[in-house]
Design a protein around this ligand. Sequence first.
Ligand SMILES: [Zn+2]
Ligand SMILES: [Zn+2]
Length: 386
Amino acid sequence: MNDSILVKGARLHNLKNVTLAVPKNKLVVLTGLSGSGKSTLALDTLHKEGQRQYLESLGMVTGFLSRPEVDSITGLSPSISVDQHLTNRSPRSTVGTVTEVFTYLRVLWARIGHRPCPACGRNTPPAYHVSGDEVWDDESAGGEPDETPRAGPTVPCPHCGTPIPEMGMAHFSFNKPAGACPTCTGLGTVHQADLRRLIDHERSVAAGAVHGWHPSVVERNTAILQAAGRHYGFAFEADQPVKTLGAAQYDLLLHGVDSPEFRRHFPGAAPPTTVAHGRFEGAVTNLLRRYADRIEDAGYREKIERFLVNETCPDCQARACAPRAGASPSPGSASSRPRACRSASSPHGSTRCRGASPPKSGSSPTPSSPTCTNACAGWSTSVSGT
Ligand SMILES: [Zn+2]
Ligand SMILES: [Zn+2]
């Protein structure tokens, strides 16, 4: 009884006196012909009755809500509904933001969260004097966090007196600058280049080793790479398979003259000032930049995504919240973290941060990005040694 929802005699629309048990804590799929009553059962019967029972359990008058045509439904929990017509494909949109459950959770955390004082580390109780005119901070799903975090009002730590920022709803949102992890801007994942897909290490640059480079681009970039080599005093071997390139050449090709990966080979040397003189951006750097520049363009994004892997953000481990916000507030507890802004509200988030180890892409043992400088450097050395 407790592990299923029992529906008896549902008769709305096309439902012909349907009686069934829906198991709880399972992903349950209703299938059937168009018009057979799937939505009527799920939304107009189960969800509607769930809402009615929930309001009733709070002691609210529900006379204005019509009961669905059904003999009885037992075992229902308060429910949320996400309908099929969601057009927002933004990764910032989650079940929590769409249903606004997340907004209420943030109110709760902001009002009653305990947190450690950043100076003395001792537990500070919730600041109850949050001003009544606090802006109701709606979680708009979509769009980038565009406001810059402001230094808000502070409250003194009750133990050491250090002023600490008053908690606000924005501190708990991965979609607001105050609350988002700066590394992944609140997405919980970072994109990194999939080197196995981007580069054919058996080929030379001149023969098209970098996938996605049009022949005219190959010619142009080869000239820039060779100019860069001359600037730094080495010969860029555009006719040799990429796997035989030395570490400096490889880092130049991938990361470009401005990258720490390449600059470590020539500390102190000023990079070329013009493209003609070898100011090469780097195949990976260029890819990630183009992706970021056109993040709103779904078609373009998909074209580039075949060269990318999505990795759990190394700084927030997919929690998507800024460290301070993530470390602080847990209703009633100073030590435990809130169940992570993101994973608490998002099926994506909980998938991303399941377990301690980030998901590995089978095809890319060494994704490249500024966050894995060491791994990449190590790999490029081993490649050049083969
Ligand atoms: Zn303190
Ligand atoms: Zn992050």
